[in-house]
Design a protein. Structure first.
Length: 283
């Protein structure tokens, strides 16, 4: 990605206000350009410790799956919410909660960086100003995108282009459903805040056009799902195009978080009740 000073149309970037320590003063005539370079580095660092790194890891995992001798891609599997210590449920619960909490650290970094640039989560549409509308739009997106995604996954697996995705192997403990709901919420917050709201917001500030920014965001989203196979990568890239366009049109990330959370929660919990009980679900 070439985060240049100008967008594809040659328009000047519209950067957020400079922090106080970079405010123009004698001897700092180039503070604005320095601020731009810092913001570019900021985006690279955020991606390097979050979804960008996940994309590289997912690609390596796909290469590993494809190069296993005499093992078809559709015969392999990946687990999303796996048990760490199944024989010690209390410790397993601690591991699950620890993983969920640490998974939100990059989001905390993004919140800090937005405040650093005199912005906030409200800037990318995460607030309570339109809760009713956000819930409605989120539920609609979940129903449409989630249904299409399930159909694509089943089709991709049947075509040999996807591994079997096992949403959970957690035991039937009292905390299994709450943990899966928390995991779904963590996924929604983590992905949508970073790859939809924050990334598209920054790229617009760099002067990128909507279509170029949208394609970049969608490709990143697809890349970190490649561990599921080609179907997972393609399906999530398409989801990224839809979610990204919704953000660009509404300026709201919250409905995307709601939609993502609903889709993952349905997948995680639905698997518990449907696995090995319906013929159309790969297991």
């Amino acid at each position: 990605m070439n985060f240049g000073l100008r967008g594809s149309a040659g328009t000047a970037p519209s950067l957020p206000p400079l922090p106080a320590d970079l405010a123009p003063s004698p001897g700092t005539a180039h503070s604005a350009s320095r601020w731009h370079r810092l913001l570019v580095a900021e985006v690279w660092i955020v991606l390097a410790i979050s979804l960008g790194a996940s994309g590289v890891g997912a690609l390596l995992a796909l290469i590993d799956d494809l190069t296993k001798k005499h093992v078809a891609l559709s015969s392999q599997s990946t687990t999303l919410n796996g048990s760490v210590t199944p024989d010690r449920p209390w410790l397993d619960l601690a591991f699950q909660l620890f993983g969920i909490a640490t998974g939100l650290v990059p989001v905390a970094l993004v919140i800090y960086l937005l405040h650093r640039s005199r912005e906030s989560l409200r800037t990318i549409g995460v607030d309570r100003s339109q809760v009713g509308r956000d819930i409605g739009l989120g539920a609609l997106l979940a129903a449409c995108v989630g249904g299409a995604g399930l159909a694509l996954y089943i089709g991709a697996h049947a075509a040999g282009a996807n591994v079997v995705v096992v949403p959970t192997t957690l035991g039937p403990h009292w905390w299994r459903i709450p943990v899966l709901l928390l995991s779904a919420a963590q996924n929604g917050i983590y992905e949508e805040v970073i790859v939809s709201g924050y990334l598209l917001h920054r790229l617009k500030q760099f002067g990128w056009g909507d279509n170029k920014s949208l394609a970049t965001s969608a490709l990143i989203r697809g890349s970190y799902h490649l561990y599921q196979g080609f179907g997972g990568g393609l399906g999530n890239a398409v989801m990224g195009l839809i979610f990204g366009r919704v953000y660009q049109r509404t300026g709201r990330t919250l409905p995307l978080i709601i939609a993502h959370t609903l889709m993952d929660a349905t997948t995680f919990i639905g698997y518990i009740y449907l696995a090995h009980k319906v013929s159309w679900l790969p297991t």
